[in-house]
Design a binder for this molecule. Structure first.
Ligand code: KIV
Ligand code: ZN
Length: 386
């Protein structure tokens, strides 16, 4: 049975770039946009054109450059934002305007000093106005995670009628639990008239560490677009991490969902974004962290040396990592020492291994990690030749 395609909407250059200290210049944004296009994402959110002349310039340059992906610009439900975004996107082969407004009671009261009906009117007007420039209009119901489902369904129905082709249901504050977010998507699928004309999209923030789980739960319940960033960068605790959702769909064929992402480019893309943004992922970051395919305890190393599948649920080559790392520490066993020694040219006999292993443990107790150079020192101290 053919798998359902989940569109990958990358917002590294918009929501990701909102992070303090992550500012990129136009040239850097072009390099990243070109890579995202090669990676195979479906949509690149290039920026928020009305926010500054620099952002306008970057969105315009990305729109001219990108050949495959849809190029999207963010706006508020404000006519001038939409006009400026349309201008910035006019050279895109596939332009999309992403407009929207806050729909939770807290946003309606404190941000807009308004009421539910008036918000629907503004949303509809924004979508209709965006439609005068482009066919592809995505609507976001900001803080949908904390918006009452019945009212959210009314908003969705109204903007679909006005011409929205994608409905973004953001958990802006990262508050939802996976089952709640999944139930929200299911509710909209079942209760919004005209929903078959639009794609539901997940846009989850990571304040409670649930962005990836919520996005996957959304897709399981019928969303067919996930909004995410490379390395999960974004406001506060970040957005859904692109590499995580893509690999979850790849590694779980039972979900029957797939993406068009070339996973072999994930690791190098992650590195590229880290370097340009000066924001580095933690070693234990899923999929792209430096320890994601490193094994350091003796029990795990012994298993991985016998067969990688004992402790790895992904092939590192699938994400562009050349091989799993057997890290030598004082927790490593004989198998790991023999394996690493062999890699640098020492075929240890049983007797040699018995002799050198206790010395290795003493040596390793004095260091965080035993590297290749240390192996040479140890072998020399024990008269073991290459
Ligand atoms: O988190 C959010 O709600 C957003 C919207 C502007 C799409 O980023
Ligand atoms: Zn966001």
């Amino acid at each position: 049975m053919a798998k359902d395609h989940v569109q990958i909407f990358d917002t590294t250059l918009r929501d990701g770039e909102q992070v303090p200290g992550c500012k990129l210049n136009t040239e850097q944004k072009l390099i990243i946009a070109e890579r995202l296009d090669l990676l195979g994402v479906d949509i690149i959110e290039a920026g928020f054109p009305v926010s500054s002349p620099g952002d306008f310039k970057s969105v315009d340059a990305i729109a001219r450059l990108v050949k495959n992906a849809t190029v999207c610009g963010l706006t508020r439900s404000v006519e001038n934002d939409i006009k400026v975004a349309a201008e910035a996107l006019k050279h895109a082969i596939r332009p999309r305007i992403h407009t929207g407004i806050g729909t939770s009671d807290s946003h309606i009261k404190f941000k807009f000093n308004s009421n539910r009906d008036a918000i629907i009117e503004r949303a509809v007007a924004a979508v209709k106005f965006a439609k005068t420039f482009v066919q592809d209009v995505e609507f976001y119901a900001e803080d949908a995670g904390r918006t009452d489902n019945e009212y959210l369904a009314r908003v969705c129905e109204a903007v679909i009628k006005a011409g929205a082709t994608v409905l973004n249901i953001p958990d802006t504050t990262g508050y939802c639990l996976p089952h709640e977010y999944g139930a929200k998507i299911k509710y909209l699928k079942e209760n919004v008239k005209g929903i078959e004309k639009a794609v539901l999209s997940c846009h989850c923030h990571n304040d409670l560490g649930l962005a990836t789980a919520n996005s996957i739960e959304g897709a399981i319940n019928g969303a067919r677009q996930i909004e995410c960033t490379i390395n999960g960068i974004g406001e506060r605790a970040g957005n859904t991490s692109l590499e995580e959702v893509v690999m979850i769909m790849k590694q779980h064929p039972d979900l029957n969902l797939d993406t068009g992402v070339n996973t072999k480019l994930l690791y190098s893309t992650s590195q590229m974004v880290q370097e340009h943004m000066g924001m580095f992922v933690q070693a234990n970051k899923a999929v792209v962290g430096s320890n994601a395919f490193a094994h350091s305890s003796g029990i795990h190393q012994d298993g991985v040396i016998k067969n990688r599948e004992t402790y790895e649920i992904m092939d590192p080559a699938d994400v562009g990592v050349t091989e799993s790392a057997i890290v030598l520490t004082a927790r490593s066993g004989r198998a790991a020492l023999a394996y690493r020694a062999k890699n640098v040219g020492y075929e240890l006999t049983k007797l040699e291994l018995d002799t050198v292993y206790p010395k290795f443990l003493d040596y390793a107790d004095t260091k965080k990690e035993v590297v290749d150079e240390d192996i040479h020192i140890l072998m020399k101290q024990n008269q073991i030749k290459l």
